[in-house]
Design a protein around this ligand. Structure first.
Ligand code: K7E
Ligand code: CUA
Length: 669
């Protein structure tokens, strides 16, 4: 095949590697912001933002929630990483959320988020998230802003092209980044037997319409290439998924060079409707695997982890009319479908143009068998037969594209550090604006749905260099907000983000804010260790296990004096927050708790904290969340005695008064 004419791969690679392009600091960065920008992003104290912006945390494994246009950080929702703010992954109730088939994984890498949809529009119910390293998909509940469910994916490694969803959230897909030996094959093989022994999988997770509960419906076995990103079709392309892939060279070392050999890699088009039908007809094979399925039950405020044992696998090679490869220039990354469902944009990281494919042409090409051959048993459509056209000279290093709902697309250019707006019909570039620096993903509210809200684009940058006050070797990651309502895109605001932002979603706040849970009804709390009133608080010993049923209300614990605990005991503190009011969490911390942290307990909720005291003595505990004027008085003591001691178990609040023989000193007059 012919080489791309404008830029040789080597030259682009050089640019990428040397980073030389980042060092040319634009001289007019300051002037890039127009005079009324401040007014456009100013949300007066006490006023709400217009949009929620859900931003992936990358290597921090979390999701962060910002208000737009202000860029104010509202919340961090822990998904795949333990979180010191609220004890996620530390409390007994939440530990099972981070369980996997290979045990507890406390930290992962989170790249992509996708809001649930109904009829191709955001419905504001859930947001799905991928764990990139240990392959998992999570569902976060947007009533509670808590992680409700996590499902692990067998036969996968590096769950990158995930989680992308169909128009009615029928399925969440997850394509593996790494090809690997399958879980029940012998994986103890030489790495250079990649082409023989390694395979790839795309998982289809079904989502229950009402509860949101996920289940691994089936997997598609595909050739051993790296699956990168994906998006589902819309409208006429409803039945299809599109996945970008790279490393069609099937290299297993120095991919930087060896997976950049071919002029074109692929977009894989998958007819998921047909695949689903084949699965229902019993076409696949059940394989023995192990994967964790973790569910947080909000009636009990408690998670359970179940290890599932089987997955249904359908092999793409055996299904003649489900999978088609479409050649796509140079290591495609983003794979984005426009609001009509007709145009599929593949962004080749090393390509000097952006190919736009036509769904209608793809269908015709399939009908007329316009194939250039097969790749590992899968037909490859002729490039020109699938192509609508190419955006010429868009910039360097196209990564991701979103749509404004007015017939335009906006693409991030990592290497030339800009966003570029182009028209979907005539493929002409309309506008380009510098970003600071090296943007990865971008997000328009609803920008990957049927109905984008084309007011803003938010761009997530990989490098910030001189944009913020220096903070040592690691600098703030950053988002930039642009007004895209006019012809020219206008930079309005920089705001730092936590972790490293990859994909993000945004939605009108009105869709979510009024259904936000304010507190949990204590009468409906079904945690097996709940204490529904102070009168019920108690401490129970059963051999070496001690269960402390303790309550919190402004501003004391019950009980707050406990004696008779011994070294070597396994103590479970079941902490119930009795408050029935919005925004009154209480915290809980005891001195010296190896391997554990603190708790933050929401009103009406019970959370449990395991403590193994190592040494006899007095251990203070207290509330860590400023809950009232007497928050600092919200404290207590627990006495720990040596193993052999005979100190009886006792507990109380307000009754264990100081020994009268030890009156406090009188004040001098
Ligand atoms: Cu482009 Cu992991 Cu979606 Cu980051 S990925 S930028
Ligand atoms: Cu409860 Cu501070």
């Amino acid at each position: 095949m012919k080489k791309n004419n404008l830029f040789s791969t080597t030259w682009l690679l050089l640019l990428l590697i040397s980073g030389s392009i980042f060092s040319c600091k634009p001289k007019n960065a300051g002037d890039a912001v127009s005079g009324d920008a401040a007014q456009q992003v100013y949300v007066a104290p006490g006023k709400y933002d217009e949009f929620y912006n859900f931003v992936s945390g990358g290597f921090n494994g979390q999701l962060s929630v910002y208000g737009l246009p202000s860029g104010r950080l509202l919340k961090i929702v822990p998904i795949f990483s333990v979180f010191p703010e609220n004890g996620y992954g530390y409390s007994e109730e939440t530990k099972p959320m981070l369980n996997t088939s290979q045990g507890f994984v406390p930290w992962d890498d989170q790249h992509h988020l996708e809001l649930s949809q109904t009829n191709g529009e955001i419905d504001g119910r859930w947001i799905f998230a991928n764990a990139n390293n240990t392959p998992r998909v999570a569902r976060v509940d947007l009533n509670t802003f808590k992680t409700a469910e996590i499902i692990e994916l067998p036969n996968s490694a590096g769950n990158h092209s995930s989680p992308f969803i169909t128009e009615n959230t029928e399925y969440v897909v997850a394509g593996t980044r790494f090809a690997v030996p399958m879980d029940n094959d012998n994986g103890d093989v030489p790495i250079n037997t990649y082409r023989k022994n390694f395979k790839a999988s795309i998982s289809f997770i079904s989502v229950d319409k009402n509860s949101g509960n996920m289940s691994l419906a089936f997997q598609l076995r595909v050739p051993p290439v790296d699956f990168d990103l994906s998006h589902a079709g819309k409208n006429k392309s409803h039945d299809w998924f599109f996945f970008s892939c790279y490393n069609t060279e099937q290299a297993n070392t120095l991919l930087e060079v060896n997976a950049s050999q071919r002029d074109k890699d692929f977009i894989l088009a998958v007819n998921w409707k047909k695949l689903e039908a084949y699965a229902k007809q019993g076409k696949g094979k059940k394989e023995a695997v192990q994967y964790a399925h973790n569910v947080y039950d909000e009636t009990k405020h408690m998670a359970t982890s179940t290890i599932e044992k089987q997955v249904l696998v359908l092999d793409a090679k055996d299904l003649k009319d489900v999978c088609y490869f479409i050649p796509c220039p140079k290591s495609p990354h983003g794979c984005d479908v426009d609001p009509s469902g007709e145009y599929i944009v593949g962004s080749g990281k090393l390509a000097a143009l952006i190919p736009v494919f036509s769904f209608d042409k793809i269908q015709q090409a399939i009908a007329n068998k316009k194939f250039i051959g097969e790749y590992d048993g899968i037909p490859v459509i002729e490039y020109e037969a699938a192509l609508y056209g190419e955006v010429k000279k868009p910039g360097l290093g196209p990564l991701h594209t979103e749509f404004d709902g007015r017939g335009n697309a906006i693409t991030t250019m990592f290497v030339s550090s800009e966003i570029v707006k182009w028209n979907i019909k005539d493929l002409k570039v309309i506008d380009r604006q510098s970003t600071y620096y090296s943007p990865g993903h971008l997000c328009i509210p609803g920008g990957d749905t049927k109905k984008p809200n084309g007011k803003y684009v938010i761009v997530y940058n990989k490098i910030t260099k001189d944009r913020y006050l220096p903070t040592g070797p690691e600098l703030a990651q950053s988002a930039q907000l642009f007004d895209i309502s006019g012809d020219k895109m206008k930079l309005l605001l920089d705001f730092p983000t936590v972790g490293e932002p990859h994909y993000a979603q945004a939605v009108l706040a009105s869709l979510i804010k009024d259904k936000s849970v304010k507190y949990f009804d204590i009468n409906k709390n079904q945690n097996p260790y709940v204490t529904k009133g102070e009168a019920e608080s108690k401490v129970v010993r059963n051999g070496k296990r001690v269960d402390v049923y303790i309550t919190q209300i402004r501003s004391h614990f019950s009980p707050d004096n406990i004696e008779g605990i011994k070294v070597g005991d396994e103590v479970y503190w079941h902490v119930t927050n009795l408050e029935q009011d919005w925004d009154i969490p209480h915290g809980f911390a005891i001195k010296s708790v190896p391997d554990n942290a603190e708790l933050l307990v929401m009103p009406g909720e019970t959370q449990t904290y395991k403590w193994m005291p190592q040494k006899a003595g007095i251990y203070p505990f207290y509330c860590t969340d400023f809950c009232s004027a007497l928050h600092q008085e919200m404290q207590g003591y627990v006495r720990v005695s040596p193993v052999e001691s005979k100190v009886p178990l006792s507990f109380s609040t307000g009754k264990n008064l100081p020994d009268p023989a030890t009156a406090p000193p009188l004040l001098d007059k």
